[in-house]
Design a protein around this ligand. Sequence first.
Ligand code: SAM
Length: 545
Amino acid sequence: MSTSPAYKKQKVEVALEKPEIATAATPAISPATTQITQQPNHPPNKPPKKDKAVKQQEKYTKLQRKAKKQAVASGGPEENIFLDVKAMLGESVVDELIKSDQCLDGGFEFGTQLQVEISSISSSGDGLAIVPENNWVIAVPFCLPGEKVLARVYRNSFCHSYADLVSVLDKRESWRDESNISCKYFGSCSGCQYQMIPYQRQLLLKQRVVEKAYQRFSQLPSPAIPTILPTIASPKQYNYRTKITPHFQAAPKSAGNDFNPDIGFDMKGRRVTLDIEECPIATETLNVGMQPARAKVKETIKSYKRGATLLLRDSMTRPENAADATKTDIPPADMSTINPDDRECITDHKRITREIVGDKLFEFTAGSFFQNNSSILVPLTQYVLDALPEKGEEPMYLVDTYCGAGLFSICLHERFDKVAGIEISQQSIQYAKHNVKLNGLDENKISFRVGKSEAIFDVVGDLPPANTSVIIDPPRKGCDDAFITQLKDFKPHRVVYVSCNVHTQARDVGKLCGDDGPYSIESLRGFDLFPQTSHVEGVAVLKLK
Ligand SMILES: C[S@@+](CC[C@H](N)C(=O)[O-])C[C@H]1O[C@@H](n2cnc3c(N)ncnc32)[C@H](O)[C@@H]1O
């Protein structure tokens, strides 16, 4: 450890920023003291002679810096937190840090313990605190705005460091309900961020995430962004996830036959797998199914050359003789014989999974996409339907882009004269077509095709845009420019954009609603498909200007 005077043990005052979602119950908190018990990084007084190892280390550090710079411009969590950091420290301070290269060098040494006061919460659920003397931000998980915490730094990034939560020194009782915590791994597992927060407060935080996403990523002026509507709650707040994917590492070569692998999810902030025996956000069926799946891996671990990821998918039990999507002549399922509570855990990616949404039955292979919280799918699909125009005199058309196994097309088809879906996965389209038959629907009315979303305009280009609505539900990275451009040219009457990444959604909606875009935003809100976590599904309803 260096003895450089500039970095001797120091005590610095931390100013408290206004908590992001202030309430009448916000406690008055006096400024906290930051205790630095180890020293921040600094350039050594005398650089050691550059031997091969040092040169290699320098090369590695350079590569790491490059990766970090790329990460903050990626649109992912790193960029989000960096934007939070900019808002907290001020653009000019951050610009200065970047110019002087202190944006990476100004961090803290691994293991430094700090006492900080959390002033806001990031979109990925970390508490954020400023260390003003260092012009630096610390991100600490599992804590809340207004709380004083002891944190231990484990990684530096652009103008901020990530720290473990050592302890909460001063709890914000009005935001905390530890009786809500249902998991013995909460606080070390990276899966959930919010179990200690009462559910209604989780919904408020997600409303704020949608708001921030549109302020930051849409490039729209404030008046063009409507007030974000309250987040729609999930009917189930635990035991809702119908798919989980625990992973494990292979046994090291030196391991004996009694090697016992950790099978589970990553530890928060580390690439270390926690051994997870149960997951209370997953359905009971998956928790039961997890035990034999884990036991099998433990028995056969020496046969794995590499680590692997397990798939556990909750499915309604399917009659053995039920036809799969390779058959052409499929009779509609007899819904009177179906018991939605008769369920099993599927671990084979190729096996057919069954799910019911309202009065519609869906089948798809266990490894392909289907929404993971079935409890909220009726409210979600009904909300999208309510946002679309009512049936009038003229024929109406629905275009379902990124349609997966046909969830929106099949649940919403009744109001429309024709429905056309497109999806890049051939297998999902096979099952979307199969699901039309399974539900006894008209194959001439509901059609699906394989392709990139923009290819749908070759097919629906002749439909009258004034009578056509488009649903967009892309993966996390959002839409390609080619799709946005063609949608803008086509100008359907109504667009509903559903997304599990409100940041890329805000970017795309900004392109559709900007000065040269034909749309304005009618409404914006989150749906809580992911209780106890910081994730939120965004639903944006767009109308022609
Ligand atoms: C979030 S899922 C939505 C699926 C469906 N709407 C649902 O709710 O079940 C996104 C889907 O987009 C598909 N996809 C990804 N890139 C695509 C592209 N460029 N064009 C069309 N579909 C794409 C994926 O295979 C995935 O099924």
